[in-house]
Design a protein around this ligand. Structure first.
Ligand SMILES: [Zn+2]
Length: 135
């Protein structure tokens, strides 16, 4: 499932609204775990759910015992903005100017600029699955 391009596209959706956090995390999980949740450490699918921390789901790997969350190793890890706003920026990267985005979201131009630059760099290397390139 390609969640991003679903939200993209038709003119009626050109004003994509910022999803609430619960919905935003659902969208993100659908994209990131489209083939199932796997361990970012050893890539095993043998993981179990450890419940939620806020809106983020947490997991443990049965194989290497790594604890991780929806965000671990993704381009959204350790960001201050809400997931809904980050998805909004991501979707509008090529459609709206940084000025317009920072206006709409009420954030500093610099923060939006830095985030979109980071998104662009990472996405060009690792396409659309929102995962950071391997170190
Ligand atoms: Zn593991």
């Amino acid at each position: 499932m390609d969640g991003l391009s679903d939200m993209d596209g038709s003119d009626s959706m050109s004003e994509f609204l910022i999803p609430d956090e619960e919905r935003a995390m659902e969208i993100f999980r659908q994209i990131r775990w489209s083939e199932g949740v796997y361990c970012p450490g050893c890539r095993s699918f043998n993981v179990y759910n450890r419940g939620f921390q806020g809106k983020t789901r947490r997991y443990s790997c049965k194989k290497c015992e790594l604890n991780f969350s929806d965000l671990t190793g993704s381009i959204f890890e350790n960001k201050k903005l809400p997931m809904g706003e980050m998805l909004y920026i991501l979707i509008n990267l090529d459609k709206k100017s940084i000025n317009r985005l920072s206006d709409e979201l009420g954030h500093k131009w610099e923060s939006v600029y830095r985030l979109s630059k980071e998104f662009k760099e990472n996405l060009s290397e690792k396409s659309k699955d929102l995962i950071l390139p391997e170190e």
